[in-house]
Design a protein around this ligand. Structure first.
Ligand code: ATP
Length: 326
């Protein structure tokens, strides 16, 4: 590949608040460096259908505070095929795009990694997913906003739980990981947190209820990660109800409201830094890497590692759940 003159940018997989701030940072850093920018709409589908639109500095005006993604996002099965990726390559070549910034989660990075094993147009990734489940970065864009949304919701649920002496099972997103559940549980003072990374919590729950009955707690909040193998909040609540019929138990599944809303300041700043770093990485000749944040510093992590290695939850938080609930 020769010198980079024109880059593309796309968002892929699940949407996350702060994606627009990242698109803005990519666009403006590119323009600052005299590059042309092409917005690719609807994720990898836009590569295959050549759904391209030139981006100017003003194209990203008034977007830093908006949730969703102005480029739209999609899940694209065709990109998983060699033929689909060949079409994508041909469209990129025809549009004279010399490098692409992809904003998404591990599926998006896996697609980019495979593409870069086959074709010579470099892809650089920005971690954009509310789940915070990407190895190699302390935070993904959208996680902080989703977390704050969950905490606001649980605070409201606590009010009604206390008023009625109820127990609530609140199911939160996070895909296969428990990052949102663990952090939101700590931040909202939950009595128990059920995450895929911890086993045998049903027994712990029983102990908690027996203890809670003794202490006459006026409310109990149990945060359940959607990825937990115990069957989600509904399944767990039904089992507990069977064992403790006297408890007034309710279930709240927060659902898609966790994805929306204006990004927090932290997400906007992270997105701005990572968007800037992704363009710098392309200009430095990088390919098949994710830009991440570790200890507040920008790092480059090969897609190979980001998608293969598992990011564990913060175990020190697990240790304090019970202590903070004495
Ligand atoms: P989120 O974490 O929010 O779900 P994600 O990026 O992991 O985001 P996915 O739906 O897993 O979301 O992946 C996004 C897109 O990446 C897929 O629709 C597909 O186009 C592409 N992709 C995923 N896995 C592969 C693969 N193995 N080969 C090629 N492309 C892939």
């Amino acid at each position: 590949m020769g010198k980079i003159k024109r880059i593309g940018v796309l968002t892929s997989g699940g949407d996350a608040p702060g994606m627009n701030a990242a698109i803005r940072a990519v666009t403006r850093t590119a323009i600052y460096n005299n590059l042309e920018v092409i917005g690719i709409r609807h994720g990898y589908s836009g590569l295959i259908n050549a759904n391209f639109k030139p981006m100017k500095a003003y194209s990203v005006s008034d977007t830093i505070q908006r949730g969703g993604t102005i480029l739209k996002t999609a899940r694209c099965m065709e990109f998983k095929t060699p033929e689909g990726r060949k079409t994508a390559y041909e469209n990129l070549r025809a549009a004279e795009i010399d490098g692409v910034v992809v904003i998404g989660g591990d599926g998006t990075f896996n697609g980019a990694r495979i593409f870069n094993e086959e074709w010579d147009i470099p892809f650089v990734g920005i971690p954009g997913t509310i789940d915070n489940d990407i190895y190699g970065t302390d935070y993904t864009i959208g996680y902080d906003t989703a977390l704050n949304t969950v905490v606001q919701c649980v605070d409201k649920i606590r009010d009604t739980a206390s008023a009625h002496n109820r127990m609530f099972f609140v199911e939160v997103m996070g895909a296969e990981a428990g990052h949102i559940a663990l952090y939101s549980g700590i931040a909202s003072g939950a009595e128990a947190i059920i995450i895929p990374e911890l086993k045998g919590e049903t027994d712990q729950l029983k102990a908690l209820f027996e203890d809670g009955t003794k202490r006459k707690k006026s409310s109990n909040i149990i945060i359940v990660a959607e990825g937990d193998e115990e069957g989600g909040a509904m399944g767990l609540a039904n089992r507990v109800k069977a064992d403790f019929p006297d408890y007034d138990i309710r279930v709240s599944i927060l659902g898609h409201l966790q994805r929306g809303g204006s990004p927090t300041a932290i997400d906007r700043v992270n997105a701005s830094r990572l968007g800037n770093a992704a363009v710098e990485a392309l200009l430095d000749g990088q390919k098949s890497v994710m830009v991440g944040l570790q200890n507040d510093e920008i790092v480059l992590v090969p897609f190979r590692k980001a998608v293969k290695l598992h990011k564990d939850v913060n175990r020190s938080l697990i240790d304090i759940i019970d202590i903070l609930n004495v």
